[in-house]
Design a protein around this ligand. Sequence first.
Ligand code: SF4
Length: 299
Amino acid sequence: MSVDLPQEQLAKLVASFMSYSAGHLPDDVKARLAQMKETENEGFAPDIYNVMEKNMQLAHSLGRPSCQDTGIPQFFARVGSKWPYMDIIEDALIDAVREATAKAPLRPNAVEVFDEVNTGNNIGTHSPWIDWEIVKDSDVLELYFYMAGGGCSLPGFSKVLMPLEGYDGIAKAVFEQMTTYGVNACPPCLVGIGIAGSSEVAAKLSKKALLRQVGSHNPNPKAAEMEKLIEDGLNSIGLGPGGFGGKLSVMGVNIEQASRHPATLAMGMSTACWAHRRAGIRINPDFTYDLFTHKGAVL
Ligand code: SF4
């Protein structure tokens, strides 16, 4: 009997994890959508939430992705310094993307810039995108997988403000973006905001903010207050589910920050759609796992 090598074991596990997360929204997102549905009782909004619910049921029973746009695959890896297979992670993730694209199936979305050719398997230059963090004194590989769809990536941007523009300037930019492009992101959206000293750090933090639990709060009370103010404000613009109008337009607003330069106030914004397919898994050295965003899920 042949035994799979670690790279094959990891690739198979991650491919199953990707396929599962394509068709099953995480627990916190499902709970928030159910809660939001209860708030809507006028116009098209209740029907849109019913369609979303039906969509989730069918994705589960048919074993299909929740949305035809399965996005550009992105991984956020937090690798324990004592996880024994550091060398094979990147190759295993690429193998996993190839396998999941064929089997799930996932829509091939990787278009090579300048050549303007779709690679056909979601693998290309820096695709899958992999973000790395080392976690000291840990032997666990923690992986977040995120499907960066086209519509939900569209409102994303980053820029550096003059510090005098202040936190009001950040809020203003978020509102301008959401009232212009928010409807493309299939609301209700989760809005991630990063604040830092340079645009690339702010942009990255804004995406990491989307990995945070829906309904969680920034531990800094002033940041948490800003999350709440922007959330309440965005909920008053009337986008509603699917952009068809309603009382609520966002699942929440998550802010992440890094120290800034005294002369710069950089901000980044990323949005996730109602089909917020982000999934997290902890993988032990013996390849046992815990899919912590989807309680009780077995791959
Ligand atoms: S924004 Fe989300 S739900 Fe809408 S088409 Fe894109 S991936 Fe699908």
